[in-house]
Design a protein around this ligand. Structure first.
Ligand code: HEC
Length: 148
């Protein structure tokens, strides 16, 4: 299991025989997530999202499925409530629109603070949600890491 732990989220790519070659293998082979240009068929990335009180608020996942969505790098996108209920699934345009910012990394963001979302983009996607204070602090500390 390869996991990246942030103060506000945890992203994992578990090994899974059923899912085929995992992102974990791809990441290990490439040396780091930023060097991975194409994830293998079956790669599964899972991100747990937490609020400021470290309470799980939801899970997002991406599964690489050859031929599923060629225009958007063949990722199946999924969002789930903490109890596993499906929020959205498939070629979810909201997910794709934002992850397309890092097309050259095969739609996969590097963990903060290596790559950060501009505040303007964040607010455009989540207008009713306050930005995490920790994220705002990271933006101040690492202006060069903001994805353009
Ligand atoms: C407004 C931009 C935005 C939207 C919309 C968005 N994401 Fe992300 N996603 C990110 C960023 C930035 C990261 C990197 C980690 C972080 O900052 O939380 C990320 C990380 C992830 C990861 C971990 C792998 C990685 O790229 O680092 C998964 C899986 C993921 N998102 C799935 C989804 C799914 C599924 C949806 C739609 C339900 C979605 N995301 C919507 C910006 C977005």
């Amino acid at each position: 299991m390869f996991c990246r732990d942030f103060s506000f989220a945890k992203a994992c790519s578990p090994r899974s025989a059923a899912a085929g070659p995992s992102a974990n293998d791809a990441i290990n082979r490439a040396g780091s997530i930023e060097k991975v240009k194409r994830y293998p068929n079956g790669a599964l990335l899972i991100k747990e999202n937490y609020d400021a009180h470290k309470k799980l608020t939801g899970v997002t996942a991406m599964l690489k499925l050859d031929g599923y969505d060629k225009a958007d790098r063949d990722w199946v996108m999924g969002a789930y409530k903490p109890d596993g209920q499906v929020v959205s699934h498939g070629k979810v345009q909201a997910c794709i629109a934002c992850h397309a910012m890092v097309t050259k990394q095969d739609f996969v963001f590097a963990p903060p603070p290596a790559q950060l979302l501009p505040a303007s983009i964040w607010k455009a996607f989540f207008p009713r949600q306050a930005m995490s204070a920790q994220y705002v602090k990271l933006l101040d500390q690492h202006p060069d890491a903001i994805v353009k």
